[in-house]
Design a protein around this ligand. Structure first.
Ligand code: SAM
Ligand code: SF4
Ligand code: SF4
Length: 363
């Protein structure tokens, strides 16, 4: 590597306000800043989506290893000192975490965070949306793969479509603007619903984002045949709804956004056929404190151990900064270049190492 990366601006414990807007994010070896953190608050889930948790049995993270809210707050402070200004809470299913609004309140008070979002399957959202909003959550994304009750059951093993739709309605009522709906598109499963999902999103004032089926984590039944590419989705949508205009936003966000005649917008996340690693500023922290610099990474860094051993905020920030500065991950691009794809991780390996699961890493 030519030359050392610029260090993060040093911060003293407790002076989050003073450094707001002043942190220069650490840049990795490919010049990508550390900005966005996906924070998994639990590995448990109340659905069993066939593309994420298709097995009958799972190995769960030991309870004693799960970070407390205070520990999460301490790690988030260290991450913000290294440049992070956007946090997304995820899981497993984040709304299963007891007293989650307390964590949201704690993080909403960190002024270094410009964006605090949450991704949920929506099953428990109807009861929690107003409380999440009051606690200070900025934005919500709800996963919704189908509008058909029988399909929902086949896809997730639970009879939950009505609850999810009620959750989406409750989110808007609670005052969340620009709710996003995330749809994993799988050939022969829900690829005939793109137009219906667009119409539904329009009717509830949300923006749908179609996600290409990925071969990571628990997607042990993945096959290239099941992937509906971004190009194909655009063809289908264009044929039904008229010319699609790219919004050409050039951001680090994973979704490319498009506009339809009439003004409705939607997104496509093309991680499988047109990955976007070059602009990737995201990393992931599991509920037990392992930090992964790429969704595809086989190994992460244990931040729980130094935290519980008494490392200071400055020590943790330095550790995070120095590790990020050496990051070269381009998992999805390398997978694409390798060709001849199979599911990334065999089931026996996942059972030995649950940190490789999507529901542990937070998607
Ligand atoms: N349980 C919450 C939910 O489903 O919204 C949050 C965690 S989930 C792991 C986060 C996201 O990962 C979801 O939108 C889900 O659709 C996506 N995901 C999981 N497995 C996937 C796969 N094999 N391909 C593409 N997206 C996937
Ligand atoms: Fe489905 Fe999310 Fe649960 Fe995975 S973590 S099984 S995507 S609801
Ligand atoms: Fe970022 Fe890794 Fe996903 Fe590429 S594969 S976009 S580097 S998380």
């Amino acid at each position: 590597m030519a030359g050392a990366p610029p260090p993060a601006v040093a911060a003293q414990p407790g002076d989050t306000d003073a450094i707001m807007g002043a942190v220069t994010p650490v840049r990795d070896a490919l010049d990508r800043p550390l900005r966005s953190l996906r924070l998994s608050v639990t590995d448990r889930c109340n659905l069993r989506c066939q593309y994420c948790m298709p097995e009958e049995e799972y190995v769960w993270l030991p309870r004693r290893d799960i970070l407390t809210f205070e520990e999460i707050g301490a790690l988030v402070d260290a991450f913000t000192d290294a440049g992070v200004d956007r946090v997304r809470l995820t899981g497993g299913e984040p709304l299963l975490r007891t007293n989650l609004p307390d964590l949201i309140r704690l993080l909403a008070g960190r002024t270094a965070l410009q964006d605090l979002a949450l991704t949920t399957n929506g099953m428990l959202l109807a009861d929690q949306a107003a409380t999440l909003r009051e606690a200070g959550l900025h934005r919500l994304t709800v996963s919704l793969d189908t509008l058909r009750a029988d399909r929902f059951r086949e896809l997730t093993r639970f009879d939950g479509l009505r609850a999810v739709r009620a959750g989406i309605a409750a989110a808007t009522e609670a005052g969340f603007a620009n709710v996003k709906l995330d749809t994993v598109v799988i050939r022969g499963v829900n690829d005939d619903e793109l137009i219906d999902l667009l119409a539904y999103a329009g009717s509830v004032d949300a923006e749908v984002r179609f996600i290409e089926y990925m071969d990571v984590g628990g997607a042990t039944r993945w096959s290239t045949r099941d992937v509906v590419s971004r190009a194909e989705m655009l063809r289908v949508i264009g044929a039904a709804r008229g010319p699609v205009t790219s919004l050409d936003e050039h951001t680090s966000a994973p979704a490319d956004r498009f506009r339809l005649p009439g003004g409705q917008t939607f997104g496509i996340i093309s991680s499988t056929t047109e990955p976007f690693c070059r602009a990737c500023d995201r990393s992931r922290l599991t509920a037990d404190g392992l930090w992964y610099r790429c969704l595809y990474a086989r190994t992460g860094t244990d931040l729980r151990q130094p935290l519980r051993a008494g490392a200071s905020r400055a020590d943790l920030g330095d550790l995070i900064g120095s590790i990020w500065s050496e990051r070269r991950d381009r998992g999805a691009e390398l997978r694409l270049a390798a060709g001849d794809r199979q599911p990334l991780i065999p089931i026996e390996t996942l059972q030995r190492e649950p940190h490789l699961e999507m529901h542990t890493r937070g998607g």
